[in-house]
Design a protein around this ligand. Structure first.
Ligand code: URA
Length: 234
């Protein structure tokens, strides 16, 4: 890897600031001061220091966050804080959400900079189950409830979509409290599915993604890195 790229990957410096640091004599390679941005760095063997501090590439990161409301899953800064702003890791801005949640949705958000792992979970081909808990505006009872369960199981053609939703499992925990398991990640999917029944989601919480459930120990706004065993479950 080129030295300027190594510097920008291991620090907050942009490539041009990395070049400036090199010109200013702030960088050593295996103990020798170096100034050439194009020098090759063997990332396993070579020792690079910036102002005396040893630099090392960070490995791939896998994080679970208990997303609170009023937090956005976007990369751009907007009205609300971003999910990545809550994760106190170097280069957190390189983490991507594994399936976004709406600003008013709470619950399990996975974040990673491992594109292949992200794809394994989000690709429709893999049909990874996501479990949501929804509070509904209108009670679902009796024949209405049975019809809703059957419609979700059969699939619903949502407005602006070309194909019906994949079979989803609706369980009613109370007349206005539902657990819904879906295997897709369409835009506002849960809200649109209940909307298609003439109902409305008042609050939404993601309980789990595939084999990973949000632990009770993680309060809203808290995060932790996944264990190697959790990462390997996907
Ligand atoms: N479905 C929604 O409607 N919103 C979410 O945040 C997640 C799934």
């Amino acid at each position: 890897m080129r030295l300027d790229r190594f510097l920008s990957e291991t620090t907050e410096l942009t490539r041009s600031l990395a070049k400036r640091a090199l010109k200013n004599g702030e960088v050593t390679l295996n103990g020798e001061p170096v100034k050439q941005a194009a020098l090759h760095v063997d990332t396993e063997q070579d020792q690079v220091h910036l102002n005396g501090e040893r630099l090392a590439l960070v490995g791939l990161r896998y994080v679970m966050l208990h997303k609170p409301t009023e937090v956005e899953c976007t990369a751009r800064r907007g009205l609300y804080p971003r999910a990545i702003d809550l994760v106190d890791l170097p280069h957190a801005d390189r983490l991507q959400p594994v399936g976004r949640l709406d600003v008013d949705t709470t619950g399990l958000l996975l974040l990673t900079d491992d594109g292949q792992w992200l794809h394994r979970i989000t690709s429709p081909k893999h049909r990874c189950a996501k479990v949501y808990l929804a509070e509904l505006a209108e009670p679902l009872e009796g024949a209405h409830a049975e019809r809703a369960i059957a419609q979700f199981e059969e699939g619903i053609l949502l407005e602006d979509d070309d194909t019906p939703t994949a079979p989803a499992t609706l369980e009613l925990l109370a007349p206005t409290r539902a657990r819904l398991t879906i295997t897709e990640g369409r835009y506002h999917q849960v809200k649109r599915m209940f909307g298609a029944l003439g109902n409305r989601v008042v609050s939404l919480h993601r309980h789990s993604i595939g084999p990973i459930a949000l632990p009770d120990t993680l309060a809203p706004g808290e995060w932790r890195e996944l264990t190697p065993e959790e990462i390997a479950r996907f």
